[in-house]
Design a protein around this ligand. Structure first.
Ligand code: ZN
Length: 289
């Protein structure tokens, strides 16, 4: 599932190509993936609106449109946003990541055509094999569910004191705390395992049991590891690609996630697998306390 660094990679690229462009045509629309709006609202309300800004909170993209409208996008498990030129002028062309065959175009859920002032057109495609992705069109503010999220784990205004307050008294395992988007938004299974490996903290520790020094380490590593993910253009273990269909490179640098049964690069112990809050978790019992 795309996490904060993957969504940030897409955000930066989308901002570069979409800002200043105007939605012209809604060519394809998957009604079951819409939230806070109906298909007619998208078909009628989107054309004519200009993209003013592409923002992000946690794993959500927030596209601010002219007239006070917002398009909030969540990539779900397997969502991909791809941008390409609308060469044939109809929208239906060969826009897909390298290696993806035509028959997989059934995974194309949304297809928008945008145009600039000079009439140049480009296509924005939302592909999603498993259809857990979501698209919200709202007026006045982004999708209401964003109000339940904590500050952005990478760039949000939070600090060690905030983290200490949120951890205090909690009995949930540390891994579950990191995955809970109400505390910090953007961390998923991969980066949670990596953050905990780098902080040398066990994912099974009760959240409220951390010392001040351990909280300080955690507060440092969270933005550091997410920033590494952004710098390496995200993690592509299965489906993640950028808007031109290219994978990220963070997966080459994983220390814990998915490495159970392998040797810990810090202490030489063997990484173990545990289930924490129903999520597969890899950690080193030798050096993560
Ligand atoms: Zn170790």
């Amino acid at each position: 599932m795309p996490e904060l660094p993957e969504v940030e990679t897409v955000r930066r690229q989308l901002a570069g190509v979409l800002v200043g462009k105007t939605f012209a045509v809604v060519e394809r629309l998957e009604a079951g993936m819409l939230r806070d709006c109906g298909p007619e609202q998208v078909r009628d309300g989107l054309p004519g609106r200009c993209v003013e800004e592409v923002d992000r909170l946690g794993k959500f993209l927030v596209i601010r449109l002219s007239g006070g409208f917002f398009l909030t996008v969540h990539l779900g498990m397997t969502g991909q946003l791809l941008v390409g030129p609308d060469e044939d002028g109809r929208g239906e062309g060969a826009l897909r990541p390298p290696g993806i065959q035509a028959e997989e175009d059934r995974h194309r859920r949304f297809l928008f055509v945008l145009a600039d002032d000079d009439g140049r057109r480009l296509r924005l495609e939302f592909r999603d094999m498993r259809k857990f992705g979501r698209l919200h069109l709202t007026a006045g503010a982004p999708a209401p569910r964003l109000r339940d999220l904590g500050p952005d784990a990478w760039r949000g205004s939070w600090d060690r004191e905030y983290l200490a307050r949120r951890l205090r008294g909690r009995t949930a395992p540390l891994k579950a705390f990191l995955l809970d988007q109400r505390h910090l938004a953007g961390i998923g299974n991969i980066y949670a395992d990596e953050i905990l490996w780098w902080t040398e903290l066990s994912p099974l520790r009760p959240s409220g049991s951390l010392s001040d020094e351990e909280i300080a380490r955690l507060a440092t590593e969270i933005p550091l590891r997410l920033g590494e993910g952004v710098r390496l253009l995200g993690c592509s273990l299965s489906d993640f690609v950028d808007i031109e269909g290219r994978p990220g490179t963070f997966q080459r640098w994983l220390r814990a996630y998915g490495r159970h049964g392998q040797i810990c690069s810090r202490c030489g112990g063997v990484l173990q697998r545990a289930l924490v809050g129903g999520r597969g978790t890899a950690y080193c019992p030798g050096c993560q306390r």
